[in-house]
Design a protein around this ligand. Structure first.
Ligand code: ZN
Length: 428
């Protein structure tokens, strides 16, 4: 998790020439009143926000932002938020993933949703989100990031559903015992599975039965295709962008976007700079190589506070040296996803507070009117924008809920990973 993202955003903002803020091709004049009305009426659902990784460390969202999200910038600007129950791969060693998952669920509820009842309503369904929006409150939802959270147990998956979790990203950076990740595809000592194992397919089926959305952001491409084929409900990418624009394996190919859309799913565009922009991605790699010696030096500092401060300083200067993606580059990602997948299959998953860099022009929830204006100018209608901001996700949620209703009389899947895969998982 990045520690001082705000500094990076501010540093990057200083580099941004004023002209790039108004770069979109104007097809028609748009009034501020129109922009305000459309943004207000749309139910903006952010399908991926990592602020719980900060609240678990003691950050209070009522204090001015340390990163990209605080109460003030959310209030009045956000319809629903999927708080990311992120479980780092380091918890796999020694089987601490479930412990961390439960603590992340607790911080999402105790330090965010329940702590600020005037601002949040706990939500688990599409109807809950619509109801919260009518009451001018933010629907607080949860999604698990990293399938290792279930420690290879469908019982734990059911526990997480019971606690309110409504999506699970099948993998994080790391391949787990039943699904290949994109992050370690080329790491030779990792035991890969060629997508999902039979147990991995049972995980998807049990998610369908429960009514938990299957999220394929961060999975290997083959895992995506296996999940899509196995799932009997639409699936989502909670925070992924288009590989045709930024050639990062973390993003989706046009073929994947088409396949996802054909089964009713939604790709939620990620605002992380390197996923948005090829230009940024190309500049980032040499920058990281350049700061490597300073990083190594910073990591050698004995005092933990001084060490972290030194690491932050080096990272801030490094990331701050690259101009972040422009508004036009964000719109290009959304526009490409719409052209490939269709207007009913694109959403927003900012990855705020899980990113090293987001565009300065769209660095928090107060900035969305800027995106609304740019999309209107590009020729998108108010209805189109409502779909992208949240309407499409409401449809997917309803479809997933409906599928669970149909499967209500199907018994829980009881197989263990050993039974399904015919062997004990190798320790990764
Ligand atoms: Zn995340």
């Amino acid at each position: 998790m990045p520690v001082s993202v705000r500094l990076r955003t501010l540093a990057a903002l200083a580099l941004l020439p004023a002209a790039v803020l108004a770069q979109t091709s104007r097809t028609r004049p748009v009034t501020d009143a129109e922009v305000a009305r459309i943004t207000r009426d749309a139910i903006l659902i952010d399908t991926h926000n990592d602020i719980p990784s900060h609240t678990i460390e003691g950050y209070d969202i009522s204090k001015p932002m340390v990163a990209q999200t605080d109460l003030k910038t959310m209030r009045g600007n956000l319809g629903g938020i999927f708080l990311s129950v992120f479980v780092d791969r380091t918890y796999v060693q020694g089987n601490h993933s479930a412990n961390r998952t439960l603590q992340m669920i607790d911080t999402s509820m105790t330090d965010i949703v329940n702590k600020y009842p005037n601002d949040f309503i706990f939500a688990t369904t599409a109807d809950d989100i619509v109801r919260a929006h009518k009451q001018h409150k933010i629907a607080g939802l949860m999604g698990i990031e990293g399938g290792h959270a279930i420690e290879d147990s469908l019982r734990l998956l059911r526990d997480y559903y019971a606690l309110g979790v409504r999506y699970m990203t099948l993998t994080h950076f790391n391949t787990n015992n039943w699904a290949d990740a994109q992050g370690d595809e080329n790491t030779p000592n990792v035991q890969h599975h060629n997508g999902l194992t039979p147990f991995g397919k049972d995980v998807v089926r049990e998610m369908n039965r429960l009514g938990m959305m299957v999220d394929i952001s961060r999975t290997a491409d083959k895992t995506f295709y296996d999940a899509l084929e196995t799932s009997t409900a639409p699936i989502i990418a909670s925070h992924s962008s288009c590989r045709a624009i930024s050639n990062h394996t973390r993003n989706m190919t046009d073929e994947m976007i088409k396949a996802l859309a054909a089964k009713g799913g939604v790709i939620n565009i990620n605002f992380e700079c390197e996923y948005l922009s090829q230009r940024y991605y190309d500049l980032m790699r040499p920058m990281l190589a350049r700061i490597r010696p300073q990083m190594a030096e910073a990591r050698r500092i004995a005092d933990p506070v001084a060490r972290q401060a030194a690491i932050d300083k080096v990272e801030n200067e490094g990331y701050g040296s690259i101009p972040p993606p422009t508004l036009e580059e964000v719109v290009a990602q959304i526009d490409h996803a719409v052209k490939i997948g269709g207007i009913d299959h694109v959403g927003i998953g900012t990855d705020f507070d899980g990113s090293n860099c987001v565009p300065a022009v769209l660095s928090d929830y107060t900035k969305f009117p800027i995106l609304t204006k740019a999309l209107l100018e590009k020729g998108y209608s108010a209805d189109d924008i409502k779909k992208i901001y949240g309407g499409n996700m409401l449809r997917v949620m309803r479809a997933v809920e409906q599928r669970a209703k149909e499967l209500k009389n199907t018994p829980p899947i009881e197989t263990t990973i050993e039974q399904a895969d015919g062997k004990k998982p190798a320790a990764n």
